[in-house]
Write a protein that binds this ligand. Structure first.
Ligand SMILES: [Zn+2]
Length: 276
């Protein structure tokens, strides 16, 4: 009898339960009304010798607890996880599917950083809630400039727009980072500042009140406008293709002299003319 239970115990330990179906097979074999444990219980009742009965009962109990806990454990596992238990089968081939991906804006941002870091620019960052000094005054924006108006700028406190009170706002440009870097670093400086900016504009298919800029700042001896032009041309060709053309148009910005805006030829028709 003792040997019989020892054999059952090792049989129980060798049970392979891989799915809900084999779990049910396990239950029928061990724990059901016609299962091994019930048969053992029936035999237990027929034992007359008290000492033997005591010993036998203890062994059956042990076996029963093991069977029940094995069953409970697997049941909980299959209920919580529909995947096969890979811990039980180390030969299973891992088929990991990536469920994450980058946002298109992050992909483009990373590409821009990659292109410009190849020619020595490093990334600088700054706060998105700025004070008047860094966002406007230090960039030569006059006190009565329309950009300072509530119609154009999101102020943190609507009633605080007086410059003397240094009002806080969502930055309207990443140029505020230029000021912060120049305040804290000696030249040479060669940075780019990618980041979100905010303007109080009507949302349309072409414009949003929150958009992205990449600022560049290069301060060193013997740096001229031709370096700016070469950098912009290099960037446009790395980004849009080696035949890309750029055009610089004289423009006005309060914080740069001389100033220009840059155009890039159409990447769809290469400038031959198309609806885009
Ligand atoms: Zn075109």
């Amino acid at each position: 009898m003792k040997n019989k239970i020892a054999n059952y115990l090792s049989e129980l330990q060798g049970e392979q339960i891989k799915d809900a179906h084999s779990l049910e097979q396990f239950r029928l074999k061990w724990l059901s009304k016609k299962g091994i444990l019930q048969i053992l219980m029936d035999q237990f009742k027929t034992i007359a010798d008290i000492e033997l009965k005591k010993e036998f009962g203890k062994s059956i109990n042990e076996l029963k607890q093991k069977a029940q806990s094995t069953f409970d454990e697997k049941k909980a596992l299959f209920e919580n996880n529909t995947q096969p238990d890979i811990q039980d089968d180390l030969t299973l081939e891992l088929n990991l599917i990536s469920i994450t991906s980058l946002h298109p804006l992050s992909i483009i941002k990373n590409e821009i950083i990659d292109i410009l870091s190849r020619i020595g620019f490093v990334v600088s960052d700054g706060p998105e809630i700025e004070d008047d000094w860094h966002n406007f005054t230090a960039l030569n924006t006059p006190p009565d400039h329309p950009a300072r108006d509530m119609q154009d700028t999101f102020y943190v406190e609507e009633d605080v727009q007086d410059i003397t009170q240094d009002p806080k706002m969502l930055r309207t440009q990443t140029s505020s980072i230029q000021i912060r870097v120049m305040e804290n670093n000696e030249p040479p400086i060669r940075i780019i500042c990618p980041g979100r900016v905010y303007r109080n504009e009507t949302i349309s298919a072409r414009a949003h009140c929150q958009f992205h800029q990449v600022e560049g700042l290069y301060i060193d001896e013997n740096v001229s406008f031709s370096d700016l032009k070469a950098t912009l041309l290099y960037f446009a060709r790395e980004m849009f293709g080696k035949n890309t053309q750029i055009r610089l148009r004289p423009s006005f910005f309060p914080f740069t002299e001389p100033s220009a805006e840059v155009d890039v030829n159409c990447t769809i028709c290469s400038g031959t003319g198309c609806p885009v």
